[in-house]
Design a protein around this ligand. Structure first.
Ligand code: GN1
Ligand code: MG
Length: 350
């Protein structure tokens, strides 16, 4: 199989190693060494990304814009196959692309320090700022309604209506809590109709492992552009809060380990604002705290919806994993809301 893929890049006779890489839930990723070079090979999950070539189109649009306007930005563009395309299709196997492995770069699975959080937030802010001259509507929508919180709530209610009794009863407390927090989805409705909120080129998956760092732990650039689409800044800032504030991830089953690190919150706001201060409206700047609630609540809804749908989307490695993930995110949400008094003033006037 790998031979067949690499043959499309003229590398079939030079493979020296291939190893699974990263911990993404949707696409499959490998690190490949071939012809003396290192690459990242990725298989697109085309149940989730129904039009894989739309991803390739978005990436070329961005790559060309950066090359023309910010040639010094270290953008990791995909390798072009022999046929000139950036994404290849192999009958019976699916859609693949190959990226050069950025030499000297490293990545982290957890934002261990506020310095990493700052650097990552700066990188995601820079990405959106540099691309502010692109009309975000020129991007293809690779997953419709991806961060549409009202749509996610709707999916949750549909899953509730069709779920089996056993899962529904196991999830009873979580279901109740998510229903009780519906106001977060309602607030999103107001954002959608508020002209002070702008749709920009938004990454939509701002976990720390999507930033490349150098050996001094300075950010280099962002990667994983599959979900780059028009969106609100709360998506990117919120997903950083969701994934950097607590020292443990969404997979942690011991919820007593979940906590909110104020210094990481400050780092996210300051890192992002250091790049985006002239782009964000005064109204948007009041919504940093809401961004965290928005993303944590949405991810809790998505995990619980998937649990009720028998794990059809995220899959599960052990029984009840998506319920654990949802419950983890609910505890994170509760702790985040509890910490509001210590967080709310950070960044408002920046
Ligand atoms: C998925 O595949 P991965 O790990 O990059 C998901 C994100 C979720 C994340 C939760 C396309 O991202 O939206 O926040 O899992 N991506 C898609 O771990 O659904
Ligand atoms: Mg991703």
């Amino acid at each position: 199989m790998t031979e067949l893929i690499l043959s499309q890049y003229g590398l079939q006779n030079n493979l020296s190693s291939i190893k699974e890489y990263g911990s993404g839930l949707i696409n499959s990723t490998w690190r490949v060494s071939a012809a003396g070079n290192k690459y990242i090979l990725q298989k697109i999950n085309n149940t989730v990304f129904k039009q894989p070539y739309d991803i390739a189109d978005n990436i070329s649009l961005i790559a060309n814009f950066l090359k023309q306007n910010y040639p010094q930005y270290p953008f990791a563009a995909p390798v072009t196959a022999i046929d000139g395309k950036e994404m290849i299709y192999i009958e019976g196997s699916g859609y693949f692309r190959l990226f050069p492995f950025v030499e000297g770069s490293c990545s982290f699975d957890i934002a261990n320090t506020s310095n990493l959080a700052f650097e990552a937030a700066l990188q995601f802010g820079r990405f959106t700022k540099l691309l502010s001259q692109i009309n975000s509507n020129d991007l293809k929508i690779t997953i419709p309604h991806f961060h549409d919180l009202r749509f996610r709530y709707q999916q949750f209610t549909e899953a509730l209506a069709s779920a089996g009794n056993e899962r529904k009863s196991k999830a009873e407390d979580s279901i109740k809590t998510l229903k009780n927090n519906y106001a977060i989805a309602d607030e999103y409705k107001k954002i959608q109709s508020n002209p002070a909120f702008k749709k920009r080129v938004t990454h939509h998956d701002t976990k720390i492992s999507n930033v490349l760092f150098d050996s001094n732990k300075k950010g280099i650039c962002v990667i994983d552009l599959d979900t780059v689409m028009p969106g609100y800044f709360i998506s990117d800032v919120g997903d950083m809060m969701r994934t950097y504030l607590s020292p443990v991830s969404e997979e942690e089953a011991d919820f007593s380990k979940i906590s909110i690190r104020r210094d990481c919150y400050k780092a996210i706001v300051e890192g992002y604002v250091s790049e985006m201060k002239d782009e964000l409206s005064q109204v948007e700047k009041q919504y940093f705290f809401y961004a965290g609630k928005f993303s944590i609540y949405m991810q809790a809804l998505r995990f619980l919806t998937d649990y009720l749908n028998d794990d059809a989307y995220f899959g599960s490695a052990y029984p009840g994993q998506n319920l654990i993930r949802a419950s983890n995110q609910i505890v994170l949400l509760e702790k985040f809301i509890e910490a509001r008094p210590e967080l709310i003033d950070i960044g408002i006037n920046s």
